[in-house]
Ligand binder design. Structure first.
Ligand SMILES: [Zn+2]
Length: 217
């Protein structure tokens, strides 16, 4: 198992737009396996490929902890998955989204708990999102599927991860008067320079995925 280095803001590759995946190869599936392990290693609910320096339209999510937590109450039918024939299928996590399209968004909301692995330690500010989303995507084998969500955590997470594919960062969504760029960067630097974090990073050994010539690029 390889763990990839998660890039922190303001790394330049976080701003690069992802291109669609055309070749669903074994090396793509191997990348996704390692990518999912990376999300778990850093305790993320989601991770987008540009965050490890791979500019492709791929993200992974695991909502299980949020679905089981008291802070994100579940309602009947708030998260449904369908196959390409619109037949409902079980939601299985981790879930892989390749070439996703957000086809419908409604019911505007504001959230102040959104976090990002590219902004470790940074304060959270209000972001404007939608409660209801419909997303069409392909899995790691190229099979199409659809998710309809009106679950607060899942819907916000989809919009957050989707933003990464277009190089959009949390700071772009925050009210410009509520923070300063230098404070955000200082918080991230404090995290990186924390001795406990440095020790942990040495121990887990991460690979820079941006330096690998994958056959699906
Ligand atoms: Zn993020």
């Amino acid at each position: 198992m390889t763990l990839y280095k998660v890039l922190h803001y303001p790394h330049v590759l976080l701003r690069k737009k992802g291109t669609p995946v055309e070749n669903f190869t074994d090396s793509l599936r191997e990348f996704i396996k390692n990518f999912i392990a990376t999300m778990y290693e850093f305790d993320g609910g989601g991770l987008a490929a540009p965050q490890v320096g791979v500019s492709k339209r791929i993200f992974v999510v695991d909502f299980k902890p949020a679905f089981e937590s008291d802070s994100f109450e579940r309602k009947e039918g708030d998260f449904k998955v369908y196959d390409k024939d619109h037949k409902e299928i079980p939601a299985v996590f981790p879930m892989v989204f390749i070439n996703p399209e957000l086809v419908e968004m409604s019911e505007p909301i504001k959230v102040n708990w959104e976090g990002c692995l590219s902004f470790p330690n940074a304060e959270s500010h209000n972001t404007s999102r939608f409660l209801n989303v419909e997303i069409h995507a392909q899995n790691e084998n190229g099979e199409k599927f659809i998710v309809k969500s009106s679950h607060l955590y899942a819907s916000v997470c989809f919009q957050h991860e989707y933003d990464h594919l277009d190089g959009i960062m949390l700071v772009d969504r925050w009210n410009k008067t509520s923070f300063t760029e230098s404070d955000v960067i200082a918080d991230i630097k404090d995290f990186e320079n924390d001795p406990a974090e440095r020790k942990r990073m040495k121990k887990i050994k991460v690979t820079e995925a941006s330096k690998i010539k994958f056959d699906f690029l």
